[in-house]
Write a protein of this length. Sequence first.
Lengths: 261, 214
Amino acid sequence: MSILEVKNLKKNFGSLEVLKGIDFSLEKGEALAMIGASGSGKTTLLRCLNFLERPTHGQIIVNNKVIFDADDNKSLGDAQIRKNRLHFGMVFQSFNLFPQYTALRNCTLARELMAKERPDFKENKKKIMDEITAEGEALLESVGLKEKMNYYPHQLSGGQQQRVAIARALMLQPDILCFDEPTSALDPELTGEVLKVIRGLADRHTTMVIVTHEMKFARDVSDKVLFLDQGTIAEYGTPEQVFEHPKEERTRQFLERYFED
Amino acid sequence: MMATSPMESLSSGFIINIELFFITLLLALPLGLVITFCSMSKFKPLKWLSRTFVWIIRGTPLMLQLFVVLYAPGLLFSMPMNSRFTAAVIAFVINYAAYFSEIYRGGIESVSKGQYEAGQVLGMTKTQIFFKIILLQVIKRIIPPLSNEVITLTKDTSLARIIGLAEIIMCAERFTKQGLIWPLFSTAVFFLVFNGILTILFGWIEKKMDYFRV
């Protein structure tokens, strides 16, 4: 059973057609790498999944439930979008940690705000808050930042900030974790520590969609590769199929440019 | 009429400056935020109305605005302004709210889109995003320009003498007319002490927010 199905997804910015009908599905526990040139629409596709952009057309289905349908106005309300987007976690290229909070509080803030809406919050406040804090600490430890828990973002390196951002996204236990070029804003010597964390998540069969320019990483870590070209899926398959035996000439050309240097 | 000593007279005058200062701050700080929201509104007419208002207020002398507030109600609506102090408060509040609104707008617009998006993907509401994430970053950014503006306000309160409000400089000028010049010069001490306290206060607030960077 597919955990995620995207059906005929289109997105226009004014008269510019960025996504021209995207169809794909993802199985639970799979890691999908999205590759493609700048402007091919990969980031827009990821942002559509997270409702940061509203698709012009199409459907998004998670666990056989339609969570977005461009033709159905009922699924477009603010509160509903807020609930639906929690199926997806998001790790940004530029980290976007909250500067006024410690690494730990960055992770726990959203969960604390949600907990306050629980009817039993007042009577169990201490217990609930302690649980959330413990969970945050465990996740930061799992990304190797136990010692940096009480540091503020500006006291952390880019690689450390991005690992906090991954822990923050995992706190909400999303069905699908999305990465938007997670290492593009990092110095080369810092990409390794972030890729290692993502690799660890893949080993534990976290369902992920990763937009990346790291071709070697995409080939090693992903179960499926999706090559986007000018707003359409040019190639979709296992890393072996896409990287070793591309069917399309444009895939071949794109990969050649990447691997020649 | 000149029975009081110069120092007593200056002190009572400076109380007017201080009253005008605090009342203006109290009203202009929140009013400025309202103007900011109008200026940033997606509803175009409201946005342009608000920006035109700011343009007029910032583009004309505060001294002129004092005259307008004092005389316009009487001339235009036959409802003469019966308190000079009230007229001064209205003119100062409108003027400073316009300046504050631009400072707020600069602060809000300087917070990156990524901060809002990070809050959104974590399932926060717009209100939660504003109060839990954006607000403190805005405050940190606007403290330096705001302290500038507030210090300017203490000195601007003396402009109220132009509509006959007996603030400190006007009090001092009475002595100048009698041939006594030192009271006029000594008004500087009042402003320096008061602004010194403000400078320390703002420095303390800035230091309080030094634990994070934006």
